[in-house]
Design a protein around this ligand. Structure first.
Ligand SMILES: *[C@@H]1O[C@H](CO)[C@@H](O)[C@H](O)[C@H]1NC(C)=O
Ligand SMILES: *[C@@H]1O[C@H](CO)[C@@H](O)[C@H](O)[C@H]1NC(C)=O
Length: 398
């Protein structure tokens, strides 16, 4: 028992530096831990493990931030030396490591994911019916809270909870889904169930944020009346154990499970086609009949059009060879009916000029792309591959 008490003391004091938002009430409970039954002691130990895990995540983020800083200064130096701009893609993707978070220390200081109060009150669980009725109107809410059940992280229910549960008369549940991490802080309505009306009490809205590590923090506010209390959904205990690459899902909002997140792997879309003949004057849509590559089958040889099968960034190219002296030759890339890029050649003397144009754009699913021969003369034969049209999906958007 002595060993246990010492361990708890050490983690608490090391935590006191790092997390000023942690609770006072739990500390008090922990001081007299030896007098508690084994179950309670175990629960405390679980909670401490939780906080250690949190500490570890924080250290990892700091390390990540340092690595980022190092990379950035390195890049800056490289830029100064070469004198060019190096383009980097920012990503606000939920699944990947988020460099923005660790980039800015001051921002983290204000991040509720790092500063919340542990709300570990078993009576808040959706499966408890106590004789005592609690009312959250009597609580002085301040800052952010994270819900626990005996040291294990859980979430608010997203469904109507039967009356007289959660240690109160009218249990408060979250209307609408919990946010994703990329949503940041969101405002959600809460409803209190009473007398067969799931939203008999439209309580004051609260704020919710999803944190890294698959948990949520809530900025609770004083409910509109008594007896109302915020619920902790006992069915979501499993959610706290979901891995980084998993999300917690439920169809009926009762049975929850960890499910592997869908990978953002891009679909593969590539095509390359040529027109093995000569074109003269206006040809509304070039029917590139020789298709060399058509991965994803988004290009139609019959119509000469490409139809974007997914939302994303696409790159296209089209080429020709013009050979007629004194004649302008224009080919246009047409995206959803708009002429967006031209391949223009004008040969004053009898000679021949090849032309290649490229275009990159964001397309929605179903967008139509083709090439029109507006004027002039283009030359190709079966072997030359001079009149061509091709493209690729560079990155898929969700
Ligand atoms: C509520 O659920 C928890 C976890 O499944 C369980 O340990 C506890 O005994 C349940 N409480 C009641 C009153 O059924
Ligand atoms: C992702 O999940 C798989 C199991 O589905 C696991 O083997 C792997 O380690 C996980 N990766 C991360 C980064 O958690």
């Amino acid at each position: 028992m002595v060993v246990l008490a010492v361990a708890v003391f050490v983690t608490l004091s090391s935590c006191a530096v790092g997390c000023p938002g942690s609770t006072n009430s739990t500390e008090l409970k922990l001081w007299s831990i030896e007098n508690q039954p084994v179950a309670v002691q175990l629960a405390s130990v679980f909670k401490e493990m939780e906080s250690l895990r949190w500490e570890q995540a924080r250290l990892q983020q700091q390390q990540h931030a340092l690595a980022q800083m190092h990379k950035r200064s390195h890049r800056r130096r490289a830029q100064q030396e070469v004198g060019t701009n190096i383009l980097t893609y920012g990503s606000n993707d939920d699944e990947k490591d988020d460099p923005h978070l660790s980039e800015d220390d001051s921002r983290r200081r204000g991040d509720p994911c790092f500063h919340y109060t542990v709300l570990d009150q078993a009576w808040r669980a959706t499966n408890t019916t106590t004789k005592v009725k609690m009312c959250d109107r009597h609580v002085k809410w301040k800052g952010w809270y994270r819900l626990y059940y005996k040291g294990r992280s859980l979430q608010m229910p997203e469904r109507c909870v039967p009356v007289n549960k959660c240690g109160t008369h009218s249990p408060l549940w979250l209307v609408g889904r919990h946010p994703k991490r990329r949503n940041g802080i969101v405002t959600r309505n809460v409803c209190g169930h009473w007398k067969k009306n799931c939203c008999a009490f439209r309580s004051t809205p609260i704020k919710v944020k999803k944190c890294r590590g698959n948990y949520f923090v809530y900025k609770f506010t004083k409910p509109s009346s008594c007896y109302l209390a915020y619920c902790a959904d006992i069915n979501t205990l499993v959610c706290g154990r979901c891995r980084r690459n998993q999300s917690c899902v439920s169809r009926d909002k009762i049975n929850w499970r960890c499910k592997r997140k869908k990978r953002m792997s891009s679909r593969k879309i590539h095509f390359f086609a040529s027109y093995p003949g000569q074109l003269k004057g206006k040809v509304n849509r070039i029917k590139y009949s020789k298709v060399l590559v058509n991965v994803g089958r988004a290009f139609s040889r019959r119509t000469g059009t490409f139809r974007a099968p997914v939302k994303g960034i696409y790159q296209f190219f089209f080429s020709t060879q013009a050979a007629s002296a004194g004649v302008k030759t224009d080919l246009w890339l047409v995206v959803n009916g708009y002429w967006v890029a031209v391949s223009h050649t004008h040969v004053p003397r009898p000679s021949s000029v090849g032309s290649l144009s490229t275009y990159m754009t964001f397309l929605r699913r179903g967008a139509v792309v083709y090439v029109t021969h507006n004027c002039g003369r283009s030359w190709a034969n079966a072997a030359s591959t001079t009149i061509t049209f091709g493209g690729s999906l560079l990155a898929q958007w969700k």
